[in-house]
Ligand binder design. Structure first.
Ligand SMILES: *Cc1c(COP(=O)(O)O)cnc(C)c1O
Length: 362
């Protein structure tokens, strides 16, 4: 038996075993081509079919309306931080950002480098431990768009209902760490983007879902590879795309459909997060959650009574084949990332360990 570990890594992260097994089975001969996906031409009919298939599966899975394009791009979510204002904020206009953690702060800063961006809210003074309410948002009715991050991977806060932009202001979402983790109403969004390496596949590809009317706003003077309209017109094949990463995303989408779609996945995710939060809440203060409200279903962030115990916790967990539990250095403490592909048993093992650890050290 091949060794598989309980992988709580924040990204790149765990992939479904079935997906890895299929990739393994197809690695020498993809669908009778006598080649692996890494070796076939991105202009071949096999590859084109793979892209079309992945787009169709994502359409089904998320219920994407017909007036949206699906793109598979490079540069990660971080490059979209710069591309968004370049494509969708006309010269002299301003864009609004809801700053609720490390990633939305980065998106905001990148946008400020290139032009005018305003924080509709910034919860840094509270160490990003909750989300702003709708009435706390200072929204500009003239904004080119409103940007928000649906799940803050490092702080562990998550939006379960979208912020509401002023009438006519497009809503743009960085969904990197909760992409395809639950059903959403795509028609509320002008654009959704997500680096694949948390919930949807390996590093190297970012999935962008963009409403057609937004693409009409793209200025004519952008470099081709930074121009969403040019990329959409060539169906992501403007240059050589990350073929292997797109292939794995395609397999993950099929896997997701096969285990009950987003309803099924959401239930599984709720179960996992519910188990870990319950262990925190019932620990009498031994484990303390970072988020005070809006607790993320994807990244559970918590602290122990001191840093020495936190190191010990991570070390002993590793001995029991549970890895990736150290929090990000900017927040400290622990973080359990419970992405789609993490089996429920992994969360059960973690909770068992948390209880034992508390008994010994509490
Ligand atoms: C990981 C992450 C990013 C950065 O993704 P890259 O693909 O490394 O650029 C951006 N936003 C969120 C919410 C993330 O979790």
């Amino acid at each position: 038996m091949t060794k598989r570990i309980h992988n709580f890594n924040p990204g790149p992260a765990v992939l479904p075993l079935e997906v890895l097994q299929q990739a393994q089975a197809e690695i020498l001969d993809y669908k009778g081509t006598g080649m692996s996906v890494m070796e076939i031409s991105h202009r071949s009919k096999e590859f084109e079919a793979m892209v079309t298939d992945a787009q169709a599966d994502l359409h089904d899975l998320l219920g994407i309306p017909a007036n949206y394009k699906i793109l598979f791009l490079q540069g990660g979510a971080s490059l979209q931080f710069a591309m968004l204002p370049m494509n969708f904020r006309p010269a002299g206009a301003s864009a609004d950002y809801i700053v609720i953690g490390t990633w939305s702060k980065k998106a905001f800063k990148e946008s400020q480098k290139l032009g005018i961006a305003k924080a509709a809210a910034n919860l840094e003074a509270e160490n990003f431990n909750r989300l702003p309410t709708q009435s706390e948002l200072k929204l500009d009715p003239q904004a080119a768009y409103l940007h928000f991050t649906s799940n803050e991977t490092i702080h562990g806060v998550e939006y379960f209902t979208e912020p509401i932009p002023p009438a006519g202001v497009p809503l743009i979402c960085d969904a990197s760490s909760d992409f395809i983790s639950r059903p959403i109403d795509v028609s509320k969004y002008a654009m959704i983007y997500a680096g694949a390496q948390k919930n949807a596949g390996p590093a190297g590809v970012v999935v962008c879902i963009i409403r057609d009317d937004l693409l009409e706003k793209v200025p004519a003077n952008l470099p081709n590879l930074l121009d969403y309209k040019a990329l959409a017109e060539e169906n992501s094949l403007l240059n050589t795309p990350p073929c292997w990463s797109i292939y794995i995303v395609g397999l993950v989408l099929k896997w997701a459909k096969g285990i009950g779609g987003l309803e099924g996945i959401s239930k599984r995710n709720q179960t996992k997060a519910g188990l870990v939060y319950k262990a925190i809440d019932e620990s009498g203060g031994f484990y303390k959650g970072h988020a005070k409200s809006d607790r993320s279903v994807m990244n559970v962030t918590f602290r122990l009574p001191n840093e020495q115990l936190e190191d010990q916790f991570a070390g002993e967990a590793k001995k029991r084949d549970m890895i990736g539990l150290k929090g990000h250095r900017s927040v400290g403490g622990m973080r359990a990332s419970l992405y789609n592909a993490l089996p429920v048993e992994a969360a059960q093992e973690l909770v068992k360990f948390m209880k034992e650890f508390q008994q010994k050290n509490g």
